[in-house]
Design a protein around this ligand. Sequence first.
Ligand SMILES: Nc1ncnc2c1ncn2[C@@H]1O[C@H](COP(=O)(O)OP(=O)(O)OP(=O)(O)O)[C@@H](O)[C@H]1O
Ligand SMILES: [Mg+2]
Length: 248
Amino acid sequence: MIEITDLHKAFGMNTVLQGVDLKVETGSSTVIIGGSGTGKSVLLKCILGLVHPDRGTILLDGEDVTRAERDAFLAKFGMLFQGGALFDSMPVWQNVAFRLLRGSLKRPVADAREIAIEKLRRVGLSPDVAGKFPAELSGGMQKRVGLARAIAADPQVIFFDEPTTGLDPIMAGVINALIREIVVEMGATAMTITHDMTSVRAIADRVAMLHGGLIRWEGPVSKMDNGDDAYLQQFITGAADGPIEAVR
Ligand SMILES: Nc1ncnc2c1ncn2[C@@H]1O[C@H](COP(=O)(O)OP(=O)(O)OP(=O)(O)O)[C@@H](O)[C@H]1O
Ligand SMILES: [Mg+2]
């Protein structure tokens, strides 16, 4: 579904991605792990075309993403942004239904609202949240609204950037189960970034670790614990001592 080859991206002197290679199979769930600031969010933004890579290619279904027609390309995706990125001037339901109220996916307003309420329910939010504004919600509720928006248009490919950060353990479990369900039942292809190792084990078919601008380790989640890479082992055990510098 997604094939990334030799991807490079620097911001001025800050070289972030330095030759990333990664393949993501259709209908699979890939989790990207790695330290803070290693370029995980930048990687997802490169695929979506929100950040322009300096070098390398990204193919979606065999087609170069930089050549794809933008509207049709983006209609395939859903994205949960790390910071939520809700529109604060719009009530919750309009945030969730954003894609369904305009462009090629446009539907009648009443239908869009109904779908928004159904998606809110899937992320554990009751219908009375629909008419509220983002500022009236807690951080974890805002995160779940972002999730509901990401899945609103039943996309083929879904990116989740830190879906469980800031959620209580029970709600994190609900969201992990939801992500699994979207992949298994809807056949979507998912790429998730997380620091939460419980989440990795719950969500991932495959795990890829980004460090030093490269994918240091990639493999099935079942092989992660015995993966023979010192960086990977330090990361998954959370050890203070190891090859990864704690000061960045
Ligand atoms: N738009 C931008 N302009 C300049 N630098 C950027 C931009 N976006 C990201 N960076 C830089 O790229 C590096 C990687 O950022 P990124 O957000 O991808 O990290 P991350 O791996 O997602 O970290 P975290 O786990 O903390 O979310 C950082 O050094 C960051 O400062
Ligand atoms: Mg990030």
